[in-house]
Write a new protein. Structure first.
Length: 454
């Protein structure tokens, strides 16, 4: 079978894509100045802006968003009367966690076992490179048939809502006929997938105070209330014995209809240790796409090394709650807040702060743009048809865009398949997926333009 010219062009561009992804991964662009210098994010933003300018984008700008970060915008005009497509990615990344657990430096793109490893390689610096590849391939094969807006967010991983608030204040900026969010992923490597739903998210920080100061555990232990023990007790109330999320008043029994996730396959993807049970009830798809899930993502407590025999006067934890489509994130925030206050033991003083929040999202996969994407994916992935799945993660911007532009079609694709291990150590991207999805996006833009002319 003769290769498609777009496929041939993308294949020829892959060495350049790898070099550029290595440059972008090298920026330690964690959007939290308490962990990494803000200058790292600013340098990454400038790199993205320079890449857009080099691609003939106009009106390239670094947008100062209300949360103190920068999003990068650019506009590439298409033929007269052509539709406008917004391409989204984010250049900020999760912190690397335990750098000693990485098999190669987290901010140094490293090829191993046929994959490219590095923080952000899949989530979502690779997504930005995917957009560049698709546009370059089109330019080399007759030109880009649509007008293109690109927005690269600078704080998606923090959930602080900077770009959402900026878009609301400048509603014309991101207006488009169709929006491609390049921040999800295929169900598995080689199976082209669009994401039909996203869980929303709320993030709370809870602090418990029980004593005026730390005390000797031998002298006071057994009667004086220990804040760390109180926190452990409180956090345990968020799950039933089988691991099901149990937030007072929160619905936790919804079912997923559609593509299923075999339990054995999930155990392999999640790298669950032998003999360790999965948590919750229902199908795996029910649990990760259709139901809420609470996670304690951090606790402030004394480390084991250097610990002293003391009762802790104060304890603090950060709790994330994933909110499925059909539930309201603001209501879930209220329920979780009330639960934390009601279940703190021994009269411990409780302070709950909201850190971040985003609504869940459900796409209309029957829309015409999805037909164009299905055709494109069949060409990019010979022998495979496009599938639709849910995704347990959150992209708060989706609902903002859906509200601002109710007529726009929103498609979600990306590089974060299970082997990518996003948000974990040893994150990686499959170069084959990067190549095929870049082909798919390029063909989608061409198909979509033709459908609008028809």
């Amino acid at each position: 079978m003769t290769a498609h010219p777009i496929s041939e062009t993308v294949a020829s561009l892959m060495p350049r894509a790898k070099a550029e992804l290595a440059e972008l991964v090298a920026f330690q662009s964690v959007a939290d100045p308490a962990q990494f210098p803000k200058s790292e994010c600013e340098a990454a933003a400038n790199w993205v802006a320079d890449a857009l300018r080099a691609g003939d984008f106009q009106d390239v700008a670094l947008l100062d968003t209300p949360d103190g970060t920068q999003s990068v915008y650019g506009f590439l005009p298409g033929p007269a009367g052509a539709p406008t497509v917004l391409l989204y990615a984010h250049y900020d990344v999760q912190p690397p966690l335990d750098e000693s657990a990485w098999l190669s430096p987290p901010f140094e793109l490293t090829e191993r076992d046929g994959r490219w490893f590095g923080r952000g390689a899949a989530d979502c610096k690779g997504g930005f490179i995917m957009h560049l590849l698709a546009l370059r391939a089109l330019k080399a094969n007759g030109g880009v048939p649509v007008s293109v807006k690109v927005i690269a967010e600078g704080s998606e991983e923090q959930g602080t809502g900077g770009l959402e608030r900026y878009a609301e204040a400048h509603p014309d900026l991101l207006a488009a006929d169709t929006i491609v969010i390049g921040d999800t992923g295929n169900f598995r490597v080689g199976l082209p997938t669009v994401t039909a739903t996203l869980r929303g998210m709320t993030m709370l920080r809870v602090t418990l105070d029980t004593l005026e100061g730390n005390l000797h555990s031998g002298q006071f232990g057994g009667a004086a209330p220990d804040a760390l023990a109180a926190m452990i007790h409180l956090l345990a109330s968020l799950r039933a014995e089988d691991g099901t999320t149990t937030v007072d008043g929160l619905v936790t029994d919804a079912d997923w209809e559609g593509l299923q996730y075999p339990e054995a396959e999930f155990r392999t993807d999640a790298k669950v240790l032998d003999g360790v049970e999965l948590i919750g009830t229902g199908t795996v798809a029910d649990r990760i796409w259709a139901r809420p899930a609470v996670t304690v993502i951090g606790i402030d407590c004394p480390p084991v090394v250097g610990a002293t025999p003391s009762l802790q006067a104060t304890a603090r934890a950060q709790v994330s709650l994933r909110v499925p489509p059909g539930q309201d994130a603001a209501e879930a925030t209220q329920l979780l807040t009330a639960h934390l206050k009601a279940h703190a033991p021994w009269g411990a003083r409780v302070v709950v702060e909201q850190v971040g929040q985003g609504q869940p999202f459900r796409a209309d996969i029957s829309s015409p743009a999805y037909t164009s994407m299905a055709q494109a994916m069949e060409t990019a992935y010979p022998g495979e048809k496009m599938q639709s799945s849910g995704m347990g993660g959150s992209i708060p911007l989706c609902n903002t865009l859906a509200t601002l532009y109710p007529e726009a079609e929103i498609l979600l694709i990306g590089l974060s398949e299970p082997e990518a291990q996003i948000h974990a150590v040893n994150e990686s991207v499959s170069p084959e997926e990067l190549e095929r999805l870049s082909v798919a996006e390029a063909l989608f833009l061409r198909n979509y333009a033709e459908s609008k002319r028809a």
